[in-house]
Design a protein around this ligand. Structure first.
Ligand code: FAD
Length: 458
């Protein structure tokens, strides 16, 4: 059997892991979905709910939730990798705002489904606090609030908190203020993804785990032990997409790594804060993210692991002792209240980045090929919106969701190697350098400004 991923989430699932049987025959179905992460499972869920008569199969290389969906930081946020300004280039101001509103609603939709289906995913909608801990970070945070106002987004969507207000929520070091949005829920992603896998099977969806797909072609999916013919084939493989023939340059896998503490006593949380289980970060360039879990641990993650030549994704890339150690050091520097606590888990996973840092969802009617992905580090909620959008596209319905500006967006392919390796790693190193530069100079980074057009997004 596939080895279970090494993460806190897989260690604290609500139900035992019993893999389904692999595919051993040829099949003809209506919809074949490749990949049983959130994208694949939300798509299967909404399709099966809307049309119980459809024959739907999900083919998964390892286990449902094996990829990023079962390993992430558990921020079900309303964030997208593209800014409103970028989205407005395609969909105009209205379209960009409609997509943003759909993302906010999707956070509540996830909560609704988990309650309706009885999935205990330890959810708390406490919002997100992003601290400003240097002068440059404060400038960036205030600019973000100004930008939100220019889009008509008020303090109910993004508020500026002064230093005292911010520290009341999270008693971190060097706090100068923070931005706060209510649009995020902290979740246990492992329980959500495994719960969804169980629910969709109950709805009649056939899930074949331990079934690597070797080729995706129009109306056809190939595996070693059977071919599936389908009206529609959904690619839901995100960071692992380059492992499939002919899709090597579609997205780049970037590894994000996480550490988690033991459960902390209430007295320690009284000193730290996060009383509403707010997810948290700060306004540095190289993304970090944290959450207080339902069982009172602190989970803290960040990027910084190198990109591997040829977009390789392998289990050994899920662990990087230097980056894990840096994360432990960083969170204790941010929250000295953690000094001496035991870190019980360290893990990682691959997320997917499109060449223009733009998430997209779509269906080509002629070939029957559908896809969703390129979420970067913002896929937990976006996959839910993708699942409902794919349902509408596959059923041929024109809805408010299918009119959103990310639908049908095509990102160009990444460069061939070794250019891809050079560019991606230079970008990752530049973001680390930019944070160091800002700490030393106290001014917005020149490196970050120079690199921004090349690497896009945050
Ligand atoms: C460490 C980490 C932290 C993150 N934190 C957050 C966060 O806090 N909030 C947030 O919004 N996003 C976060 N993300 C991103 C988010 O987890 C992903 O965007 C999201 O889970 C993607 O879901 P998916 O279903 O598209 O892909 P995945 O969950 O990666 O699923 C893809 C599936 O396809 C399967 N597969 C691959 N190749 C094949 C094949 N050939 N045949 C069959 N199956 C195949 C894989 O085994 C996998 O199960 C994080 C990602 C990582 C890695």
């Amino acid at each position: 059997m596939t080895r279970l991923p090494d993460s806190l989430w897989w260690d604290t699932l609500a139900e035992p892991v019993t893999p389904t049987a692999p595919l051993t025959e040829d099949l003809t179905v209506d919809v074949a979905i490749v990949g049983a992460g959130f994208t694949g499972l939300w798509t299967a869920y909404y399709l099966a709910k809307a049309r119980p008569d459809l024959r739907i199969v999900v083919l998964e290389k390892e286990l449902a939730g094996f990829g990023a969906s079962g390993r992430n930081g558990g921020w079900a946020s309303a964030l997208l990798p593209s800014s409103l300004a970028t989205l407005a280039h395609e969909g105009g101001r209205e379209g960009a705002l409609a997509l943003h509103a759909a993302m906010r609603a999707s956070v509540d939709e996830i909560i609704r489904v988990t309650e309706a289906e009885g999935i205990d995913a330890g959810i708390a909608k406490g919002g997100t606090l992003v601290l400003a801990r240097t002068a440059a970070q404060e400038r960036r945070a205030r600019a973000e609030v100004d930008d939100a106002r220019s889009w008509g987004r008020g303090p109910d969507e993004l508020a500026w908190l002064d230093a005292d207000q911010a520290r009341q929520r999270l008693a971190a070091t060097d706090v100068r203020g923070a931005t706060y949005t209510p649009d995020c829920a902290a979740i246990h992603p492992g329980r959500l993804v495994r719960g969804l896998a169980r629910i969709v099977q109950g709805l009649g969806v056939a899930l074949y785990e331990q079934t690597p797909v070797t080729r995706i072609a129009p109306h056809r999916v190939e595996t070693a032990n059977g071919t599936v013919s389908a009206d529609v084939v959904v690619r839901a493989t995100e960071g692992y997409t380059p492992t499939i023939a002919e899709l090597k340059r579609a997205v780049v896998p970037i590894h994000s790594l996480i550490v988690a503490t033991e459960p902390l006593p209430a007295s320690q949380w009284d000193e730290i804060g996060l009383a509403q289980r707010e997810t948290f970060s700060d306004h540095r360039h190289l993304v970090v993210y944290g959450q207080r879990t339902a069982d009172d641990r602190l989970v803290f993650g960040g990027r910084g692991a190198p990109y591997h030549l040829g977009s390789k994704v392998a289990p050994e890339h899920d662990s990087h002792p230097k980056v894990h150690e840096a994360l432990r050091t960083e969170i204790v520097a941010m929250l000295p209240q953690l000094t001496g606590v035991r870190f019980t888990h360290a893990w990682g996973g691959a997320l997917g980045v499109a060449r223009d840092w733009h998430a997209s969802v779509g269906l080509d009617r002629d070939s029957g090929l559908a896809w969703a992905g390129g979420y970067v580090g913002d896929g937990v909620t976006t996959t839910n919106l993708a699942g409902r959008t794919l349902r509408d596209l596959i059923l041929g319905e024109e809805t408010a969701l299918t009119a959103l500006p990310w639908v049908g967006h095509r990102s160009r392919r990444w460069e061939p190697e070794p250019l891809r390796w050079l560019g991606v790693n230079a970008g990752l190193r530049a973001m680390t350098a930019a944070d160091v530069e800002e700490r030393i100079t106290g001014r917005p980074s020149v490196v970050a400004r120079a690199m921004a057009p090349l690497i896009g997004g945050h």
